[in-house]
Design a binder for this molecule. Structure first.
Ligand SMILES: Cc1ncc(COP(=O)(O)O)c(C=O)c1O
Length: 330
């Protein structure tokens, strides 16, 4: 394997994030639930993207970039953390944000992540639902270059090979923590979108010779479609780490039953899971990713797919600023 510690990284998160037991949720569910608190990565509200940005910003700076450009939904947590990382490193930030069909609208356009993006000094380009994000970002890159600036384009969710290194690091951290706490974890559960989190975790667990399975609960795609997205990233991630991609061939586990109508659209299960985590553990999930992933964990436990007494590690990937954009559904 490549010498992982030599991959350039700009420290910006608080870590290692805690890995803690959730006793009251465990009792509620009838399985032992542990939470990896990546909502506590520290950068402007925290979340999983901070880990990816440590590697992405290092790459951008190495290339002499002075402007971070990224794309996402209007309430993107990734966009918020990118804006914060740009502010911290004195870079300009251009966010191309698309409206999301079917979301509650009272606060969606002005509160939550988008309010924070503005506070963090990002320049926001608001796109309509059917506008072509890719074409817009290409035109914006040309414009920025024409102004003599040096843009660095971060793909949706920060899910490039470089960004995924953040979750290789997280997997190594988890393996150390469960060893130190003398825990046997049966499964890791995460919300999976652009898949850098899932691909990085799988690769990192392989690197640490751990065979804990990772279940990615999809926030927008069917299980086979999400598995394809994970695989398309995992293969180059393994190659970059100088690990044999074949080692990951049977390690992609996805579930597509809990995103409801589509990305960002509330479900009854998500609302129930967000309320249960808040009232039983003082734990704030989010409406788009962790709420739906936790709703999946709840339901899989109710159906006994997740066995009674088993030890489940939920990676809390952050996103609670999104709650403020969804006020009316709570
Ligand atoms: C809070 C939260 N959880 C999970 C994810 C999904 O991570 P990934 O895009 O790496 O699959 C995101 C992505 O934006 C997120 O904001």
């Amino acid at each position: 394997m490549r010498n992982f510690e030599q991959i350039p990284r700009q420290l910006m998160g608080h870590g290692p994030t805690p890995l803690e037991h959730a006793p009251r949720l465990s009792e509620h569910l009838g399985c032992q639930l542990y939470i990896k608190r990546d909502d506590c990565t520290g950068l402007a509200g925290g979340g999983n993207k901070t880990r990816k940005l440590e590697y992405l910003v290092a790459d951008a700076l190495a290339q002499g970039a002075d402007t971070l450009v990224t794309i996402g939904g209007l309430q993107s947590n990734h966009a918020r953390q990118t804006a914060a990382a740009a502010a911290k490193f004195g870079l300009r930030c251009e966010l191309i944000l698309e409206d999301v069909a079917g979301t509650p609208k009272q606060d969606f356009y002005h509160n939550g992540n988008v309010l924070l993006d503005e506070l963090l000094g990002a320049n926001i380009h608001r796109l309509e639902i059917d506008q072509d994000l890719q074409a817009y970002s290409e035109a914006l890159i040309v414009k920025i270059l024409g102004e003599g600036q040096k843009p660095y384009l971060i793909p949706v969710g920060g899910s490039s090979v470089i960004g995924s290194m953040g979750y290789v690091r997280c997997a190594l951290e988890i393996v150390d923590q469960i060893k130190a706490q003398d825990l046997q974890i049966d499964q890791i559960v995460i919300g999976s979108g652009s898949a850098g989190t899932q691909a990085g975790l799988i690769a990192g667990l392989i690197a640490a010779s751990s065979d804990i399975p990772v279940l990615g609960i999809s926030v927008s795609k069917t299980a086979p479609h999400q598995a394809q997205v994970v695989n398309d990233l995992l293969v180059p991630v393994m190659e970059y780490l100088l690990l044999e991609p074949q080692l990951a061939a049977d390690k992609i586990h996805t579930n597509g039953d809990y995103f409801g109508d589509s990305y960002g659209v509330p479900t009854a299960g998500m609302i129930e899971a967000v309320k249960a985590c808040a009232s039983l553990e003082g734990l704030l999930l989010d409406p788009v990713y962790t709420g739906k992933a936790m709703a999946g964990l709840f339901d899989l436990r109710a159906k006994d797919v997740i066995k009674q007494g088993s030890k489940q590690l939920f990676v809390h990937t952050g996103g609670s600023p999104g709650l403020y954009a969804y006020r009316e559904i709570f």
